[in-house]
Design a protein around this ligand. Sequence first.
Ligand code: ITT
Length: 209
Amino acid sequence: MMDLFQWFGKNFKLKTMKKLIFATGNKGKLKEVKKIFENTDYKIISLYDLGDVPEIIEDGNTYEANSLIKAKAIYNIHKLPVIADDSGLSVEQLNGVPGVYSARYAGENCTYDDNNQKLIKELAKFDEPHNAKFVCSAVFFDGENIKKAFGELHGEIISEFKGTHGFGYDPVFVPKDSDRTLAEFSSEEKNKISHRAIAFNTLKKLLEN
Ligand code: ITT
C-alpha cells in the first residue's frame, strides 16, 4: 500500500523556494528578471518587497565592478543571497558613451526622456547608422560565492522615439535584424533577446548547477 509520503510526493511537487534578493531600484529590470526566474526554484524578492531601496554609490569603472558593489551592499544589509545587474548602452560613434553612466547621462535626477533626447542630439553630428550595444553584467553573491554572467545586444540608435514598452533607451534602440525599436517589442519578445535576458539566463544555469 502506498504510504502517505509516497502519496504526497506523487501528487504534489514539494519545492523549497530559495530566496534571491534582486538589488535594484529599477522597476523595468525587476519585471524582466522576475519573468526569467519564473518556474524555477528561486523566488525573487525585490527591495520594494523589503520596504527599503537604499541609494548605493556605484563608483566602479566597469559594469562588473558596479554590479558587485550593488550585490555586496544589499547582502551586507539583509544577509541573504543577492543578484544584481549593472547595465548600459555603449554607442560606437561616442566611443562607448554613455556606458556605465547610462542612467544619469543627462545629469542627476534626469528622466529616460532627457537621456534619449540628449543622445539623439549628440548623434545628429554623425552619419547613420549609429551602431550601439546594450551591455549587462549580472552577478550573484551569498556572502561567500560570487557567480558572474554577461550579455550584449547589438543594434542601432534612431533619431525618433518609437514604442511605449520597456524602459530607458528602448524607444530609440533598434536591435540588429529588426525594423522595430525595443520599446515596440512585447516584454516576452524583449526577454528572448536582451542583454539582460542573456546574462540572467546564464546566471540562472550557473546557480542551478
Ligand atoms: P539599479 O542600479 O538600481 O539597478 P539603474 O537604472 O540605476 O538601476 P544601472 O545603474 O545599471 O541601473 O543603469 C542602467 C541604465 O542603462 C538604465 O537606467 C537605462 O538608462 C539603461 N539601460 C540598461 N538596460 C536597459 C534596457 O534593457 N533598456 C533600456 N535602457 C537600458
